[in-house]
Design a protein. Structure first.
Ligand SMILES: Nc1nc2c(ncn2[C@@H]2O[C@H](COP(=O)(O)OP(=O)(O)OP(=O)(O)O)[C@@H](O)[C@H]2O)c(=O)[nH]1
Ligand SMILES: [Mg+2]
Ligand SMILES: [Zn+2]
Length: 297
């Protein structure tokens, strides 16, 4: 009789899944049954494996997920580190705010990491997100500044994910936090001003504290996780600092984009809500407005 073991997928590459079981790392090809059900295994999935050899087998069942992302493809995420560099590449607050909104919508704790602080002052960007109510880590993998604080968060139990544009320094930061990881990092392409996707697969690394951290390939801005499952009425709930104001608008169905008597707009006006955050909100709201209900599926 075939032997069945439980484990967690810690790496996916080249059509193989690597499942960490209590005793070993098992190389698996997922069975066709999952493809037919349109459910493909993800890194972070708790799975059942049927062993076919000492270190090989196939995934036969996936446990229900508490959440998942398609980009980066990881399941059962407890916190996501949204990594942005202050330069090379430059920060894009709309991309960042989209990522934050998706995390909030999915119930994943978003944490902000501003890297390459050795290149430029990060105060302004840091303030925008700190005042909005997020934990912000300003770090330099080069000088080691701020690395201890990130290590402290990463060593917490559960699954943490590092995501952000290619070249922002995700792998470099992971290496600075735990030099033993020795993850390959890349050079910034001077001509394009962006990285060249040095990390090519998702992999979970176990931390000394027992938690897991996923390094992921960077994205370019066109391949963001889709946020179109969010209804436009739900969007303001994905901007946590709006919560103090949304109940005080003159109209109950206020969209917080342009209405008279909008308390969110007043807060933007007096500087309590960052203008860049509200600008991102409006851009996303316009996108969501165009989506028909039947397209949301
Ligand atoms: N000045 C400076 N450069 C850094 C810092 N962190 C990373 N870099 C540089 O940024 C480039 C990209 O770093 P990576 O760690 O490979 O970036 P990544 O986000 O993992 O990129 P992908 O794997 O392509 O998604 C490398 O040339 C690093 O040396 C930093 O704190 N300061
Ligand atoms: Mg990398
Ligand atoms: Zn309003």
């Amino acid at each position: 009789m075939a032997q069945i073991v439980d484990g967690m997928i810690i790496k996916a590459t080249g059509g193989f899944y690597y499942v960490q079981t209590e005793n070993s790392l098992v190389e698996c090809r997922a069975r066709g049954v999952f493809r037919k059900r349109e459910q493909s295994p993800l890194v972070g999935d708790q799975v059942q494996v049927e062993l076919t050899g000492e270190n090989s087998g196939s995934v036969t069942a996936i446990a229900p997920r508490k959440n998942f992302l398609i980009r980066p493809p990881v399941a059962n995420i407890d916190r996501v580190f949204l990594v942005t560099s202050i330069r090379e590449p430059l920060p894009n607050t709309l991309v960042l705010d989209k990522m934050i909104a998706i995390a909030e919508y999915k119930g994943i704790q978003p944490l902000l990491v501003i890297t390459k602080s050795d290149l430029e002052d990060c105060g302004e960007l840091e303030q925008i997100y700190h005042r909005a109510g997020f934990l912000v880590f300003t770090v330099s993998a080069q000088s080691g500044n701020g690395v201890d604080a990130v290590r402290y968060e990463m060593d917490k139990p559960g699954i943490s994910v590092f995501t952000g544009n290619s070249g922002v320094g995700k792998s470099s930061l992971l290496n600075a936090v735990h030099p033993g990881l020795a993850i390959r990092t890349g050079e910034i392409s001077q001509k394009l001003g962006r990285g060249r996707h040095t990390t090519t697969h998702v992999e979970l690394y176990q931390m000394p504290g027992g938690g897991y951290v996923a390094d992921t390939p960077g994205f370019s801005t066109v391949e963001l996780e889709r946020f179109d499952k969010i209804k436009k009425e739900e969007l303001s709930g994905c901007f946590r600092e709006f919560a103090d104001y949304t109940g005080q608008c003159r109209f109950a169905d206020c969209s917080h984009t342009k209405e008279q008597g909008c308390a969110v707009l007043a807060a933007v006006e007096d500087g309590s809500v960052a203008a860049s955050r509200h600008k991102s909100y409006c851009a996303m709201y316009e996108e969501l407005k165009l989506i028909k209900e039947w397209e949301r599926k």
